[in-house]
Design a protein around this ligand. Structure first.
Ligand code: NAI
Length: 243
């Protein structure tokens, strides 16, 4: 699967799953723009991967619009928008503060909408595609993750909705729904025996994933091999949602 000649934006590309996707895209021949809110890690990863970094907070629509503009200015077009940036939450609805709800929804759901809205005019010109990074917690209720599940559930249905509206415009829209993946987001949680055991108990494959096990699907979804695939929310979860 090759992505030669394609230009991709990966939000949250400086770390974890986004970084693995950016790396796989570069290896597949794409030009990649990493968008992150933190300058230092974004620049370091972009230097390492030989790609471009644009400082972006996905919660702010004008910054995401500027990101797409900068990408098209530099590379001439945009073929793939990966809406991956996200934050976690570990609270029930009663424990959760209203500020937490707002921040998680603004990052994990509004961020995906911002990337979609800003990228669509360019993607219509290239018959491009959108790859959202949702979660198994968008497909089933996530224990102790009220705001996160609400946001990811929104991403899952938004993926289908936008796919339906833009199918005849030539833009495909899909999401990847990972199970637990060892990244900076989950590092602290997975270090506790109780949480690690919970993940193993819920995962038929008996282990969390590595980010490199999520990235190949993102390459496939962006490739010409996925030409008839749209509106799909695909679990990559070691079997979590199969039972
Ligand atoms: P991570 O914490 O390693 O990476 C997230 C990246 O998003 C970081 O680079 C962070 O700086 C960036 N980011 C956060 N808020 C941002 C904002 N407002 N604007 C721009 N960038 C921002 O986390 P990980 O695990 O790689 O997560 C990536 C995506 O995968 C997220 O959407 C997450 O919800 C999803 N996911 C992760 C799972 C896991 O177990 N690690 C499981 C299922 C989904």
């Amino acid at each position: 699967m090759q992505l030669d000649g394609k230009t991709a934006i990966v939000t949250g590309g400086a770390s974890g799953i986004g970084r693995a996707i950016a790396t796989a895209y570069v290896e597949a021949g794409a030009d990649v723009v990493i968008a992150n809110r933190t300058e230092s890690s974004g620049t370091a990863v972009a230097d390492e991967l030989d790609c471009t970094f644009v400082r972006t907070d996905v919660r702010e629509y004008d910054q995401v619009e500027a990101l797409v503009e900068a990408t098209v200015d530099e590379y001439g077009a945009l073929d793939v928008m990966v809406n991956n940036a996200g934050v976690a939450s570990e609270t029930t609805v009663e424990e959760m503060s209203l500020d937490e709800w707002e921040n998680v929804l603004r990052t994990d759901l509004d961020g995906v909408m911002h990337g979609t809205k800003a990228a669509l005019p360019s993607l219509k010109e290239t018959d491009g595609c959108i790859v959202n990074v949702a979660s198994i917690y968008g497909l089933v209720g996530g224990k102790g993750a009220a705001s996160y599940s609400a946001a990811k559930g929104g991403v899952v249905n938004f993926t289908q909705q936008v796919a339906v509206d833009y199918a005849t415009a030539g833009v495909r829209v899909n999401s990847i729904c990972p199970g637990f993946v060892e990244t900076p987001m989950t590092e602290d949680l997975l270090e506790t025996d109780r949480f690690y055991s919970f993940v193993r108990d819920e995962t038929p494959m008996d282990r969390p994933a590595q980010p490199e096990e999520i990235a190949p699907l993102a390459v496939f979804l962006a490739s010409d091999g996925a030409s008839y695939l749209t509106g799909a929310n695909i679990p990559v979860d070691g079997g979590w949602t199969a039972h």
